[in-house]
Design a binder for this molecule. Structure first.
Ligand SMILES: NC(=O)c1ccc[n+]([C@@H]2O[C@H](COP(=O)([O-])OP(=O)(O)OC[C@H]3O[C@@H](n4cnc5c(N)ncnc54)[C@H](OP(=O)(O)O)[C@@H]3O)[C@@H](O)[C@H]2O)c1
Length: 198
C-alpha cells in the first residue's frame, strides 16, 4: 500500500533541495566562493609574453591535466586559442569568455560577460571549478577563488603579462610548498595558496 504524500511535504522537500543547491552554487561577491585557480609564474609573477606562455614544463602540464580532469575550467578566449586547433579537451566542462557573438565550439560553453560566466559556473559545485587564465580572467575571478595552485619558476623571463603577487597580498597565505623540482636547468616548486579566513 502506498502512502499518499501531501503537497505540503512535497513543498518542504523542494525547499530543502533548493536551499541545498543554493549552498552548493551560491557565489558571494566577497570572494567566499570556493573556486580554485591554477597558474605558472616566474620570480616576478609573470605569466606570459606576446600572447604566449613563458615556458612549458611537461610535469607542470601533467599536473594541470590531472587536477582539472572531469572538472569545470574557466578561461578567456586567448587561452582557448592556445589549445590545439582551438579546441579545449573534452574531459572537462569548458567555459570560455569572449565578447565575440559568433564564436562557436563543440562541447564548450561560450559566455559573453562576467555575469554570464558566473551563471554558467553556478551549475557546478564551485569547489570543482578551476580558473585557468589568462591574465584578464585571473584578474576578474581571483576575488571568487579561495585556493590557488601556483607553479613558481625560479627565473625572470621577458614578459608583458603578470599575475597578482600572492606573497604580497594580505588576503592570501602560503599553505604548502613542494620540494624543489627541476626541468633541465630550470628549478621550480609547486605552491598552494589559500585565502586567509576571517
Ligand atoms: N602562466 C600561466 O599560468 C598562464 C595561464 C593562462 C594564460 N597565460 C598567458 O596569459 C596571456 C593571455 O592573457 P590575456 O589576458 O591576454 O587573455 P585571456 O584572459 O585568455 O583572454 C582575454 C579574452 O577573453 C575574453 N574576455 C575576458 N573577460 C571577458 C568578459 N568579462 N566578458 C567577455 N569576454 C571576456 C575577451 O575575448 P574576446 O577578445 O574574444 O572578446 C578577451 O579578449 C598569454 O600570454 C597566455 O600565455 C598564462
Amino acid at each position: 500500500m502506498y502512502t499518499r504524500i501531501s503537497s505540503r511535504y512535497c513543498k518542504k522537500v523542494l525547499a530543502f533541495w533548493e536551499k541545498k543547491s543554493y549552498n552548493i552554487c551560491h557565489i558571494s561577491k566577497k570572494g567566499r566562493a570556493q573556486m580554485k585557480l591554477i597558474a605558472t609564474v616566474d620570480n616576478n609573477w609573470a605569466i606570459g609574453n606576446k600572447g604566449g606562455r613563458l615556458v612549458r614544463i611537461p610535469t607542470d602540464e601533467r599536473f594541470f591535466r590531472f587536477e582539472t580532469m572531469y572538472k569545470t575550467v574557466v578561461m578567456g578566449r586567448c587561452v582557448q586559442e592556445e589549445f590545439s586547433a582551438g579546441q579545449p579537451p573534452r574531459d572537462r566542462n569548458n567555459i570560455i569568455l569572449t565578447r565575440k557573438k559568433d564564436l562557436k565550439l563543440n562541447d564548450v560553453t561560450v559566455v559573453h560577460s562576467f555575469d554570464e560566466a558566473m551563471e554558467a559556473i553556478s551549475q557546478y559545485p564551485t569547489d570543482q571549478v578551476y580558473v585557468i587564465g589568462g591574465a584578464s580572467v585571473f584578474e576578474q575571478f581571483l576575488p571568487y577563488c579561495d585556493e590557488a595552485f601556483i607553479t613558481k619558476i625560479d627565473y625572470e623571463y621577458d614578459a608583458d603579462t603578470f599575475f597578482t603577487n600572492l606573497d604580497k597580498d594580505p588576503e592570501w597565505e602560503l599553505a604548502d610548498v613542494s620540494d624543489e623540482q627541476t626541468y633541465y636547468d630550470l628549478i621550480y616548486e609547486r605552491c598552494r595558496y589559500v585565502r586567509r579566513k576571517g
